[in-house]
Design a binder for this molecule. Structure first.
Ligand code: NAD
Ligand code: IPM
Ligand code: MN
Length: 346
């Protein structure tokens, strides 16, 4: 099995290195190949997603990614940005579904700013559409006319793009509590009205699964007030991006949350939901758990190795229960110390 590693920028290299070691500890004989993406790729090749990286990812069994971006490449007038590398990769591999599970570890419940009874037992699977919507819609441009500068982004969805991700959400809910929440802004947006009607159509094929629709603004509120009621939440690209960072508050730190980006085949991109965290990069302070749990998702979804996935997840649970804490969790362990604890538990 060949795994492409894309460490990227900021804390990306620190956390991917630990996730790689974790995978190696659980599954002997994997081969890893490292490639450039993001800011570092811009610096070395001029492109955020070099051709060699795309080719390697396309022929891999799975891709493990750290994070891209940082202040060095943040000029709002820049022609190329690190984030284009990530978006281009998701598109090149047609990874239309981004799975972002959010679970609250009982031992960390006190870290949340929310009251214990609101977050105990929270277990949500976000399914975020990843290759369409306002992130990719055309036209997209900036123009200046008569002294007025205007910028345009386009939010576009086809019925097929909505159907495939909603169907996946329904299928996944069957292995869980059989409740799907579809998020939209159907009171305002045409694309959301299409989203809602496709979700209703899809639900007819899943009579055993309950479907509810939530407007995104009220959903953002209910995630805080009624988090336990959510099972599978399916949302368009940008709504899903925003809601999952919000949901990280339930878990206690964004450094804990993994993700899997999947398409029709077995190959996928696995990455923590956090970014390159420039404020703590290079200091050994990053929490590696989100990336280690992403490696578990890689084992499950791309390698078909459920046993390895569960072993990694149990080891993480064990060390968290035993009190292992990086700085974001109020502790003193470094990135590598935290990851070593996980490997010892394995
Ligand atoms: P961020 O997620 O990088 O950081 C937000 C906050 O969370 C920071 O205080 C950071 O220190 C903290 N944090 C994040 N990950 C952590 C970890 N593993 N352990 C401990 N603390 C952690 O978001 P941002 O600051 O808005 O973005 C920084 C850069 O990252 C931007 O360039 C952005 O575009 C990029 N970004 C990349 C990805 C990705 O590659 N998938 C995701 C989000 C943001
Ligand atoms: C994420 C990130 C990316 C996104 C950015 C860096 C392009 O925020 O993976 O959640 O918005 O998808
Ligand atoms: Mn995000």
């Amino acid at each position: 099995m060949k795994i492409v590693l894309l460490p990227g920028d900021g804390i990306g290299p620190e956390v991917t290195e630990e996730a790689r070691k974790t995978l190696e500890a659980v599954i002997p004989g994997l081969s890893f190949e490292e490639h450039a993406i993001g800011g570092i790729a811009i610096d070395t090749t001029g492109k955020p997603l070099p051709d060699a990286t795309i080719h390697a990812c396309k022929s891999a069994d799975a891709v493990l990614l750290g994070a891209v971006g940082g202040p060095k490449w943040d000029d709002p007038n820049a022609k190329v940005r690190p984030e284009q590398g990530l978006l281009g990769l998701r598109r090149a591999l047609d990874l239309f579904a981004n799975l972002r599970p959010v679970k609250v570890f009982p031992a960390l419940a006190e870290l949340s700013p929310l009251r214990l009874e609101r977050i105990e037992g929270v277990d949500i699977l976000f399914v975020r559409e990843l290759t369409s919507g306002i992130y990719f819609g055309e036209p997209r441009f900036r123009e200046t006319n008569g002294g007025v500068t205007r910028a345009v982004d386009t939010l576009s969805y086809t019925d097929g793009e909505i159907r495939r991700v909603v169907q996946l959400a329904f299928r996944l809910s069957r292995g869980r509590r059989k409740r799907v929440t579809s998020v939209d802004k159907a009171n305002v947006l045409e694309s959301s009205r299409l989203w809602r009607s496709v979700a209703n159509e899809v639900s007819k094929d899943f009579p055993d699964v309950a479907l509810e629709h939530h407007l995104v603004d009220s959903c953002a509120m209910r995630l805080i007030t009624h988090a336990k009621q959510f099972d599978v939440v399916v949302a368009e690209n940008m709504f899903g991006d925003i809601l999952t960072d919000e949901a990280a508050v339930l878990a206690g730190s964004i450094g804990l949350l993994p993700s899997a980006s999947l398409g029709e085949g077995k190959n996928g991109v696995y990455e923590p939901i956090h970014g390159s965290a420039p404020d703590i990069a290079g200091k050994g302070l990053a929490n590696p758990i989100g990336t280690i749990l992403s490696a578990a998702m890689l084992a499950r979804h791309s390698l078909g190795n459920e046993e390895a996935a569960v072993r990694i997840e149990r080891a993480v649970e064990r060390v968290i229960t035993d009190g292992a804490r990086t700085a974001d969790l109020g502790g003193k362990l470094s990135t590598s110390q935290m990851a070593s604890r996980v490997r010892e538990a394995l």
